[in-house]
Design a protein around this ligand. Structure first.
Ligand code: XMP
Length: 322
């Protein structure tokens, strides 16, 4: 791989910020750039770098793909309004669900269901409409590494797979944090003045809850995993873990509700200890806490009759299920 990592111990956040702001300003010249803010630390850092470099000439969008966590679009817009950055919400829910309909293969979901819609349909149009020539994006070093190694098709990897974005989508992609892994991105986020709630946030994947639905992604199945996610995140917020999540399985299982058979859904809970997501181990959660999560999921999320906890490490597991 040609890109050289900047290791955490070698990172000078202030110098890094200065260099990246300068590079963005030079690349964009006196034109416009766009970027998508998802609320995760990577895109948040890129938004602030771009804002410092370009001010109002950076147009920041939150793409409402219908796959986000409860209340996320509004919350992210509010946090950035507090930082002086205007973020526009683009409703693209129908486009994503239409592309995801009937797709069950994990890589096809990522490729056709997310990447194509995001870059071609949604951003292609936004960029064309506002006349920007550059898309700023928060690809990090681990994203590149995993995609190039063939682990999985990260939604934001393009050039490293030989995709010429200017030819394919009509704009250039600039990736200011591509040499950093997550811990280094957090340090830069703090130095940029992001609130702790954002720079210390557990990672959340670009394809969002679609990576946590095994089988077809439909609005109903996303609503189910979203409700489960709210519960799991609330119960594990104080766990200190690297990342935690709820996954909706494709198979249904026989359960019992009242005195009647209930053929219902299975939710898998995952909670990870990790430094940089390259390897990870399951957190040894107290059994009482797991029981509490299971009780809440089976009583508060309609149709859930079974809850499991993943005890596999990465590898061979991955952090996300899709
Ligand atoms: P996996 O599932 O590969 O995840 O063990 C490693 C880390 O990357 C996140 N992840 C993604 N992040 N776009 C992203 O921005 C993606 O397509 C994507 N897929 C996985 C995952 O949440 C974990 O932190």
């Amino acid at each position: 791989m040609e890109i050289e990592e900047i290791q955490l111990q070698d990172l000078n956040a202030e110098t890094f910020i200065e260099e990246q702001v300068k590079a963005i300003a030079e690349t964009v010249g006196d034109g416009l750039a766009v970027n998508a803010l998802s609320g995760g630390v990577d895109s948040a850092v890129v938004t602030l770098l771009g804002h410092r470099a370009l001010g109002d000439r950076l147009k920041t969008y939150f793409i409402e793909n219908g796959l986000m966590r409860e209340g996320e679009p509004r919350h992210v817009v509010d946090v950035f309004a507090g930082l002086g950055v205007k973020v526009e919400i683009v409703d693209a829910r129908d486009k994503f669900f239409a592309a995801l309909a009937g797709v069950t293969d994990p890589e096809e979901k990522r490729d056709k269901g997310i990447t194509e819609v995001f870059y071609k349909d949604v951003f292609g149009k936004l960029v064309l409409d506002c006349g920007a020539k550059v898309l700023l994006q928060g690809t990090n070093y681990t994203d590149v590494e995993e995609t190039v190694a063939g682990v999985k098709r990260q939604h934001n990897i393009l050039e490293q797979l030989g995709i010429d974005t200017e030819q394919a989508y009509g704009y250039k992609v600039v990736e200011p944090i591509i040499r950093l892994r997550k811990p280094a991105v957090r340090v830069v986020g703090k130095a940029l003045g992001l609130p702790e709630e954002i720079f210390a946030r557990p990672p959340f994947p670009g394809p969002a809850l679609a990576t946590r639905v095994i089988g077809e992604v439909t609005p109903d199945r996303i609503a189910l995993v979203r409700a489960a996610t709210t519960i799991v995140e609330a119960e594990l917020a104080d766990s200190g873990a690297f990342q935690y999540m709820a996954i909706l399985h494709e198979d249904k299982v026989t359960g019992l509700r009242g005195d009647k058979r209930d053929f219902g859904h299975q939710i898998e809970v995952r909670c990870w200890e990790s430094e940089d997501a390259v390897t990870a181990a399951p957190t040894e959660l107290p059994f009482e806490l797991l029981r509490k999560i299971a009780d809440r999921l089976t009583t508060e999320v309609p149709g859930v009759v079974s809850v499991t906890y993943n005890v596999t490490a990465k590898p061979p597991s991955c952090i996300e299920a899709v």
